[in-house]
Design a protein around this ligand. Structure first.
Ligand SMILES: Cc1cc2nc3c(=O)[nH]c(=O)nc-3n(C[C@H](O)[C@H](O)[C@H](O)COP(=O)(O)OP(=O)(O)OC[C@H]3O[C@@H](n4cnc5c(N)ncnc54)[C@H](O)[C@@H]3O)c2cc1C
Length: 707
């Protein structure tokens, strides 16, 4: 698939950047956001921290048209060396939440679009669900998986997806869309760059955790045996005949394993994988793709199609490499139908409606504007019934009123006439009627505004003088209005000048509470605040940026007139750590939110035993880890000295190992405080060295097994 290749001008990009303000950063390298880890910068980059940020983006893009790309976990994407001229967005921690069903509920799982597929697979199986094991080896996000209809091992997203919550960038609206309307097909969907998946709802089944774990172990082993690690984006080409001819076998048959162009090569382990070297070039990867396609086409007459999303490449390069063109995307998709086409949706400001009787001035203006125009405008229609200049306005009005009163349909009002006076028909507002135009009893939806009488326009002397008076009044009123508007504008301009003045610009910033968080981020936020007026500085945006750091719990920025500002940061406190599948330690706080990922084993905090998910900082390790972290935090000093580690057994059991080797079973994570007290009391009475295990499942009767 090729990204929109339209190249926005520098002017458009900088206008968009200024509309987005602090929410965006410029010239962000986005290669590192992909599993190929090669490629250049995005002109504008936004980490979306809430749906409000998407609304801000949508509003800004409605003023300046610039291409957008959503980055998931970048495992199906290749960014060109020259980068992406547009806005690249990625969703922050708010889109990583996973909500699992209670045991007595329907097996329905809801997860944010940035939830990683392996984590989802593992957490669902841990929780006793089955149906998502296949995703354990697919290193993408849920959002990317929806858009690509990812799959493997005999299943895909279609099998479990019920619906997604989307944000439509172009329309600036959020909507729930059922899976049936997404146009899901083999490794593709109708989703375009305008559709940001916020979350997805999956229907799985209740099953056996042990079986699920065994299935995942099998899948992980199969992947290790058959697929290479390193910098790649999985299979490059789609099998030309699903289930029959494999793209890998075709490439392998040509003896191309190991073939290299510059810094990219065809994997020795799997011929449909292209590996990029560290610090390699995306253009080399694209060249290898083109080379493979040419060779397969020459030999077998088959045009391979790539499932990798090529970003920032020229359309010629992308087409040669086999990426699907934007122009091949369906534009009359089911998704369009679900949203309705743009033309169906009126996003303009609604027509004003009149709630008061119209003044003479307004009537005169309406007459000028609508003389001879019979076109209906929304619910307001202006029509000009026939007139006899010899008749007086009063006679005409009453005659016309009788005529109208005897007519039963609204449409009859707007016909027949081509000069004379104005009648305003307002179908929605029940304005008081006047005696000349009584309510039509039969069609109570038709009401004739009293203005119709005063709006009588007859080219006689009475009308001419009346018009003159009205015109003079109107021009006097206009002048008054202009003077008033001028003064208001002047006052506002003065206030703005004072507000934006450097006299009240921020010069001193005190930061409190920083211990663990990213110091560069603090410096960058401080830099963005310095010099801004203390009266108008956008502290909310700065707070949101700081809260994007996984170590940060909350931030409060206070301004002090005339030039001082304080940033108060409350950081999260590390309490424990666990090992991920990748053998790296995840340090977590009491909510089991991952604060940092480290190589080696931290000694400052307690270990939660077992192997957990490969979560990135900001990710949540789930309920049982939260319970284990809270247990670690709640340990009194007396116990802290004798505890070696805490742990989890299955999805719902807490354990602990003492330095003496004694195993403590806490059972379900309920009444933990009570269980801790029981343990302290027990250990005061008995030497733990003499105890093999303690079972605290029943707090009233702890069971002790002695040596
Ligand atoms: C080693 C390896 C093995 C793989 N194995 C498989 C496999 O077995 N089966 C399979 O199907 N794929 C596989 N893939 C490819 C890839 O992991 C999947 O396609 C995955 O679903 C892509 O998710 P992502 O978050 O990485 O998407 P990205 O690569 O970030 O993006 C892919 C597309 O989705 C869009 N997108 C991403 N997030 C969102 C969102 N929130 N809203 C809207 N659009 C979004 C992007 O704009 C882009 O168009 C593999 C990749 C690797 C590296």
């Amino acid at each position: 698939m090729i990204t929109d290749i339209s190249r926005p001008s520098d002017k458009d990009l900088s206008r968009l950047a200024s509309l987005l303000g602090d929410r965006a950063t410029l010239n962000e390298p986005i290669g590192p956001y992909t599993t190929y880890r090669v490629g250049g910068e995005a002109s504008i980059f936004m980490r979306i921290l809430s749906v409000e940020d998407l609304h801000a983006l949508s509003r800004a893009l409605s003023k300046v048209r610039v291409p957008v790309i959503v980055l998931g976990r970048g495992s199906n994407m290749l960014v060109s060396d020259s980068g992406f001229r547009g806005v690249a967005i990625t969703l922050g921690p708010f889109a990583e939440q996973i909500s699992l069903p209670q045991i007595n509920e329907q097996p329905i799982l809801i997860a944010g679009s940035m939830a990683s597929l392996p984590v989802l697979a593992r957490q669902s199986v841990h929780h006793g669900l089955t149906g998502f094991e296949w995703a354990v080896g697919v290193p993408g996000s849920l959002g990317g998986a929806v858009r690509m209809n990812a799959g493997g091992h005999g299943a895909d997203m279609i099998a479990s997806l019920i619906s997604v919550r989307l944000f439509h960038i172009d329309r600036g609206i959020e909507a729930n869309v059922s899976a049936a309307n997404l146009g899901l097909r083999f490794r593709g969907s109708d989703l375009t760059d305008q559709h940001v998946v916020l979350s997805a709802t999956l229907r799985l089944s209740w099953g056996d955790s042990a079986q699920g774990e065994a299935r995942m172990t099998e899948i992980v082993k199969w992947r290790r045996d058959h697929q290479p690690g390193g910098q790649n984006a999985g299979s490059v080409f789609v099998n030309p005949v699903a289930g029959a001819t494999s793209a890998g076998a075709l490439i392998d048959g040509l003896g191309l394993r190991g073939y290299r162009i510059g810094s990219a090569s065809i994997s020795d382990k799997h011929a449909n994988f292209i590996q990029a070297d560290e610090d390699g070039s995306a253009d080399d990867v694209a060249e290898v793709m083109t080379f493979i396609r040419d060779r397969v086409s020459e030999t077998h007459g088959i045009d391979l199609r790539s499932e990798i999303r090529l970003v920032g490449f020229s359309s010629a390069v992308a087409v040669d490499a086999g990426a699907q063109s934007l122009f091949e995307q369906k534009h009359d998709s089911q998704l369009d139908a679900a949203f309705g086409t743009s033309a169906d949706t009126d996003l303009s400001i609604p027509m004003p409606t009149f709630s008061e009787q119209l003044s003479d001035d307004v009537m005169a203006e309406l007459h000028d504007a609508f003389t001879g125009d019979l076109t209906p405008i929304s619910n307001l229609r202006v029509v000009r019934p026939d007139v006899h200049t010899s008749e007086s306005a009063g006679e005409l009005a009453s005659e016309r009123a009788n005529e109208l009163a005897s007519e039963s349909s609204v449409s009859s009002l707007s016909l027949k006439t081509n000069d004379g006076r104005i009648v305003i028909v307002d179908e929605e507002l029940r304005l008081p009627t006047d005696s000349d135009f009584p309510v039509d009893e039969q069609t109570s939806s038709v009401h004739i505004a009293p203005t119709s009488n005063s709006g009588t326009i007859i080219e006689d002397s009475r009308w001419a003088s009346r018009r003159k008076v009205v015109a003079t009044n109107a021009s006097r009123n206009k002048k008054r209005l202009l003077v008033l508007a001028g003064s208001v504008f002047g006052v506002i301009a003065c206030v703005l000048v004072v507000l934006a003045s450097p006299i009240v610009g921020v010069r001193k910033i005190d930061v409190e509470g920083v211990r663990y968080m990213n110091a560069d981020l603090v410096t960058s936020v401080k830099k963005s605040l310095l010099g801004k007026s203390v009266l108008t500085v956008d502290t909310n945006a700065a707070e949101r940026r700081l809260e994007g750091d996984p170590w940060v719990d909350s931030v409060r920025i206070r301004t002090y007139f005339p030039t001082r500002l304080t940033i108060e940061i409350v950081e999260r406190v590390p309490v424990a750590w666990f090992i991920g599948v990748d053998n790296r330690a995840r340090i977590v706080d009491q909510d089991a939110r991952v604060l940092a990922v480290e190589t080696g084993q931290p000694t400052a905090y307690l270990q939660i035993t077992g192997v957990g998910a490969n979560l990135a900082p900001g990710g949540s390790a789930g309920d049982i880890y939260r319970a284990a972290a809270q247990l670690a935090k709640a340990l009194p000093d007396e116990l802290m000295k004798v505890v070696l580690n805490v742990g989890t057994a299955g999805p719902n059991q807490l354990t602990m190992t003492l330095r003496s080797g004694t195993l403590v079973n806490f059972g379900q994570p309920v009444d933990v405080q009570k269980k801790l007290i029981a343990l302290v009391v027990l250990l005061r009475r008995q030497d733990s060295k003499q105890i093999i295990s303690i079972d605290l499942t029943n707090t009233d009767v702890p069971t002790v097994k002695s040596k």
